[in-house]
Design a binder for this molecule. Structure first.
Ligand SMILES: CC(C)(COP(=O)(O)OP(=O)(O)OC[C@H]1O[C@@H](n2cnc3c(N)ncnc32)[C@H](O)[C@@H]1OP(=O)(O)O)[C@@H](O)C(=O)NCCC(=O)NCCS
Length: 157
């Protein structure tokens, strides 16, 4: 999928303020645009009103990026900008990601998150279950280590 420059601007505007700096999870612009050059990568944007439709002056509330291989898709990045959180937009965007994955014939979606991320509550609400742990996978800014938790959702098409 080739993303228009405006959409990469939108992704980066959320990326730059959504991820806590200490965990090093945010991607830079080059990583995003290179990933989206690959045909099995896709992204989605959400506006503050929950819509996927944007006009020139619409702010961007959040985005996701996913990458599929055969019938499995990984949720690579998922974020809602801080000022738009706890309004249900995370629920809406995750439901859209999963519904599109199902529509593309995926049998399974998976993701990795650092242990303790509040996003885990959201993923559990959508039926994701823990399937593995990579001990001490993330190195925090202060040198401490956090496990990566792998989660999956099996899709019945
Ligand atoms: C995780 C994230 C996407 C949630 O977005 P959001 O728009 O606030 O999500 P919603 O408003 O739809 O809330 C969904 C549910 O998730 C849970 N949740 C979200 N943020 C939470 C927090 N800080 N603490 C506890 N639970 C939280 C709640 O159960 C919430 O439902 P509720 O508000 O009805 O209680 C957002 O906090 C974010 O972008 N975080 C930083 C980036 C990140 O860590 N992404 C995930 C990488 S794996």
């Amino acid at each position: 999928m080739i993303a228009p420059k405006d959409d990469i601007d939108r992704i980066m505007s959320v990326m730059e303020r959504a991820f806590p700096a200490e965990f090093g999870e945010a991607w830079n612009r080059r990583q995003v645009s290179d990933a989206l050059l690959v045909s099995n990568c896709r992204y989605g944007l959400i506006a503050p009103d929950g819509s996927p439709n944007f006009y020139e002056d619409t702010d961007t509330a959040g985005f996701f990026m996913g990458r599929s291989v055969l019938d499995e898709e990984e949720l690579l990045l998922f974020a809602i900008a801080p000022e738009y959180r706890r309004k249900g937009l995370g629920h809406l965007l995750l439901a859209r990601f999963v519904s599109e994955a199902r529509g593309h014939g995926m049998g399974r979606v998976f993701l990795e998150m650092r242990r303790g991320n509040p996003a885990g509550v959201l993923y559990a609400a959508h039926g994701f279950v823990e399937v593995g742990v990579r001990p001490s996978y993330y190195r925090c800014g202060d040198g401490t280590r956090l496990d990566a938790i792998s989660q999956e959702l099996v899709l019945d098409n």
